[in-house]
Design a protein around this ligand. Structure first.
Ligand code: LMR
Length: 330
């Protein structure tokens, strides 16, 4: 797109070093893949406003939503090369740099929202944000942003028990853990970027998907899916990543103001995640287009059992340290 080309042309590697004034502000390019009215869309726009307020217009955050600048496949590369300065991907998409980020996909690892938030603020979470794997690629993580629990959906038939997945094909975000999850259920999967998922569901390239209420609703999957199972089998959360040389090259006073804005935006984002997911759940139920299925305790247990092989296969990769660290926070 024209926007992508213009943005690529105007981005020096190190906007961070220059003097920033109201007339000639320092630009932070922030790229993401979800809709403007999604949790992440709303929170990133609010972040941009807070930065403008706190820096008195000396820093301008340019938010590019809906994969319009970079999609899943290339936003991380764009961050490494400094073509964008900030991204907030679903953390599993960091698998290329550090496979431990797939902790988020480990089946039924998190009890509830509170458990996820305790994790975001924990020391184990900090070790992921500040890892050598990221630093070696000129990236650092600054904060966790929440979305919520994922649920399964399909256009085919109700998904009430593991056997119902046999022979179906699902869209996955990234990584081997999700592939293993669907395999354990007897299903196939394909990694498809977020921006292409609606079309893949519509055209029947895949039969189903998994996502949060809010992503489902703001992508209008109601139009292309029929059965929605309240499974809460895994999570979808974000972290804010920045290009490290750019970040560290910002004048200290300015960086501190931007950090303050991020802290406020993060509080707000957590609130949005819970409010907007609740609203989206209502929208899904009221759409009249999707049958919403609940799982009994026994049905849920059957999924827990069926997905145990994912732990056998990936426990070591995610590391016992991280998995136990998360479990200990319950
Ligand atoms: C997805 O690909 O389903 C999500 O990661 C999109 C997002 O950023 O929430």
């Amino acid at each position: 797109s024209l926007i992508a080309i213009l943005a690529a042309c105007s981005s020096g590697g190190s906007g961070g070093g220059k003097e920033a004034t109201k007339e000639n502000p320092l630009i932070i390019k922030f790229s993401h893949v979800t809709a403007i009215d999604s949790v992440k869309g709303k929170a990133s726009n609010r972040f941009a406003e807070l930065v403008a307020e706190k820096t008195d217009g000396r820093v301008k955050v340019e938010v590019y939503p809906s994969s319009q600048l970079y999609g899943d496949a290339d936003e991380l590369d764009a961050l490494v090369s400094g073509n964008v300065h900030m991204i907030a991907p679903s953390v599993t998409k960091m698998v290329k740099l550090d496979p431990r980020w797939q902790y988020v996909d480990m089946p039924f690892l998190f009890e509830d929202e509170d458990h996820a938030r305790k994790f975001f603020e924990s020391d184990v979470a900090q070790t992921l944000l500040n890892s050598d794997q990221l630093a070696n690629n000129d990236i650092m993580g600054l904060a966790f942003w929440e979305n919520g629990f994922k649920h399964f959906s399909t256009s085919k038939h109700p998904l009430q028990k593991p056997e119902d997945f046999k022979g179906l094909k699902f869209r996955a975000q990234a990584g081997k853990v999700l592939e293993s999850q669907f395999k354990a259920l007897g299903a196939g999967s394909a990694t498809i970027s977020f921006g292409e998922t609606y079309a893949a569901l519509q055209q029947g390239t895949v039969d189903g998907q998994e996502n949060t209420f809010n992503n489902f609703d703001t992508q209008k999957y109601q139009e292309v899916q029929k059965y929605f199972t309240l499974s809460e089998h895994g999570r979808l959360d974000y972290a804010i990543f920045v290009n490290k040389p750019f970040w560290e090259g910002m004048p200290k006073d300015i960086r501190e103001q931007v950090e303050e804005a991020l802290k406020e935006a993060t509080d707000l984002e957590w609130q949005l995640a819970s409010d907007e997911n609740k609203k989206s759940f209502e929208n899904i139920k009221n759409s009249g287009k999707v049958e919403v299925l609940e799982l009994t305790k026994e049905e849920r247990d059957a999924f827990v059992k069926a997905l145990q092989p994912v732990y056998d296969e990936f426990g070591d990769t995610i590391t016992p340290e991280l998995l136990n660290g998360i479990r200990d926070l319950k």
